[in-house]
Design a protein around this ligand. Structure first.
Ligand code: ADP
Ligand code: X2W
Length: 309
């Protein structure tokens, strides 16, 4: 017979579950766009933990949408094809030949791998690219470098998002996994779009609660590469002032975060994808682990439990 003073060894687990209750209530039914960067996909265990987290969110009542990158994977494949990778303004110079490889790697390799990992937990994930059902439409992007417009090939600037296919999948209880390739509004071809930019545009168009960008650093470093002091929280205006000083991969990431919070997304976060289960830590605890960008008018509830988003 159970004695009332008997030690219940599972009690700490119940406490952990109940601690997550405010977050579960807050996020119920909310869309969360999660960008999984190519640099964060560093090993099999991390990718499996990522898939577990996303499936957990799904079963916890959220609507996760995954947008994936694959920069290092594309560079490796281009290398095999004897094509040298060159970046300008943080974007890959994409020739017609390179575009074929980009599409093959993102849609045929990285996306398939993530879809399969998610589907180990049930018939959940469906992969698509921005080409499908006009999800992402783009025109040629020509960045301005030193006052001049530069031709970087088939790199797209997003002109339109059609959320129909993604919303239909969410309504059907699926997890959309989107590759950052856009249909062209100018010709019959496709464009290479930076995955951070694509994730931000989708988060805004979907009216997502949160944009979460997983990468290979702890967050936005205040004085990179001289110090590893992470900026834990900043407003849109504060971020806007920092943008001109940012470099390389952080540029599209932080521009994306700014775009998202200026277009209705409540929070945009850059978090360390090398930390196993970083998504769960960020969503269900008050120990935010990366950099959080909030709209200017965002009022901080008092720093109490349940205040992470
Ligand atoms: N201020 C900064 N804070 C953190 N990382 C920075 C900063 N500026 C540049 N970086 C670089 O940006 C990289 C992340 O971008 P990127 O390589 O494109 O990753 P991903 O594949 O996840 O999109 C970091 O690994 C770091 O080298
Ligand atoms: C135009 C452009 O630069 N596109 C990116 C698309 C993939 C991507 O963004 O991957 P990460 O998120 O891993 O960096 C590229 O070709 O590398």
């Amino acid at each position: 017979m159970n004695h009332p003073t008997r030690k219940h060894t599972a009690l700490p687990k119940a406490r952990i579950l109940i601690e997550a209750l405010p977050w579960l209530v807050r996020h119920n039914g909310k869309t969360v766009v999660i960008k999984f960067g190519g640099n964060a996909m560093i090993d099999e265990d991390l990718k499996a933990a990522f898939a577990q987290d996303v499936v957990f969110l799904h079963h916890a009542g959220l609507k996760p949408v995954v947008v994936h990158g694959g920069g290092p994977q594309i560079s490796a494949a281009l290398d095999k094809h004897g094509i040298v990778s060159e970046f300008k303004a943080g974007l890959r110079v994409t020739t017609e030949d390179a575009m074929d490889v980009v599409r093959m790697v993102l849609a045929g390799q990285v996306q398939r791998e993530l879809v399969n990992l998610l589907n180990e937990h049930g018939p959940l994930a469906v992969g698509l690219t921005g080409e499908d059902a006009h999800t992402i439409t783009a025109t040629k992007h020509q960045p301005e470098i030193d006052g001049e417009l530069v031709d970087i090939g088939r790199v797209g600037e997003i002109t339109e998002i059609d959320t129909g296919a993604i919303e239909a999948l969410l309504a059907d209880g699926r997890i959309p996994v989107v590759s950052s390739i856009a249909r062209s509004q100018d010709d019959g071809h496709v464009y290479n779009v930076n995955a951070d930019t694509a994730a931000a545009a989708l988060a805004a168009a979907l009216g997502a609660e949160t944009l979460m960008v997983l990468t290979d650093v702890e967050g936005l470093y205040e004085d990179w590469p001289n110090s590893d002091e992470v900026i834990s929280r900043l407003t849109a205006s504060q971020l806007e002032k920092l943008l001109p000083d940012l470099s390389s991969g952080m540029v599209p990431k932080m521009e994306g975060c700014l775009y998202a919070v200026r277009h209705g997304v409540n929070t945009a976060r850059v978090i360390d994808g090398r930390v196993p289960h970083s998504i769960l830590l960020e969503i269900f605890t008050d120990e935010g682990i990366g950099t959080m960008v909030v709209p200017d008018e965002h009022v901080v509830p008092d720093e109490q439990e349940g205040d992470a988003v």
